[in-house]
Design a protein around this ligand. Structure first.
Ligand code: AMP
Length: 132
């Protein structure tokens, strides 16, 4: 049975899509730590990120870099922090989180509650900055 992120890739569950290519997909985290918090996933469902081949892991990180460069043009921040947890959803993903302090990427912090309009605006702005 397909996991939730595979359903997102297939369009069976909606997502705020930032970018995709043949092998990778980026979308806004629905419970963000910061505005612009984005998840990057391989389209092929694999639970543990370090089970990816060297080539796929490298490609995924390069795709994540392009997404990060788009996010930082839209969300003012010092850097885009990256984190990999995968404790909740067993489909490898990289969290890209705009950060100004270490606390901004502390997953124990309360999540932001954004309106659909805010998610839609962020999606449009960030995706328009994405360069393949
Ligand atoms: P973790 O597996 O611990 O890295 O956490 C999974 C992340 O996926 C959490 O930050 C969730 O907010 C996020 N998430 C779960 N379901 C969705 C969804 N349908 N759309 C966007 N983000 C999601």
């Amino acid at each position: 049975m397909s996991g939730i992120f595979t359903k997102i890739v297939k369009g069976e569950i909606p997502s705020y899509k930032i970018a995709e290519d043949e092998k990778y997909y980026a979308f806004l985290d629905i419970n963000p730590l910061a505005k612009g918090h984005t998840l990057v996933i391989p389209k092929k469902e694999t639970d543990y990120i370090f089970d990816l081949s060297d080539e796929d892991l490298a490609e995924m990180m390069i795709f994540a870099k392009k997404v990060a460069l788009a996010i930082e043009q839209v969300v003012p921040c010092k850097k885009i922090g990256i984190a990999v947890l995968g404790l909740e959803v067993p489909h490898a993903h990289i969290h890209l989180v705009p950060i100004n302090t270490v606390y901004d990427i502390d997953f124990k912090q309360p999540k932001l509650v954004l309106s659909a309009e805010e998610f839609i605006k962020l999606t449009a702005e960030i995706s328009s900055k994405f360069k393949a």
